[in-house]
Design a protein around this ligand. Sequence first.
Ligand code: FES
Length: 120
Amino acid sequence: MKTQEEWVKVCTSDKLKEGRHVIREAHYEGVLESIIICRFKGHCYAYINRCVHMPKRLNCEHDLIFDITGQFLRCSMHGIIYTPETGTSQSTMCHGEQLKAVKVTEIENMIYLSDKRVSA
Ligand code: FES
């Protein structure tokens, strides 16, 4: 298990508002990846930024991650929507498939990627 000193800093809590996201490049199992960190209903969630449909970033067409309702994450390529809490596709396309979740921890006004598979 990683210590807090080894976690990857994302940003201070105030920089990630409700219904917003930030994207951080970090290594996941040694491979540099784009990682989405979002806030939904007060909690932070993080996912590898790769759609389950094709290996595209969710923001490949524009810089939005939440859909127009603010209730789902949405891939800008073909429109698959995902529940923010679990990264599960709610669309007919790839229904039930999940984005790869990354452990995130918010503590003392700071957000970290605390996943043991993630390094800076
Ligand atoms: S690549 Fe994301 S919905 Fe098709």
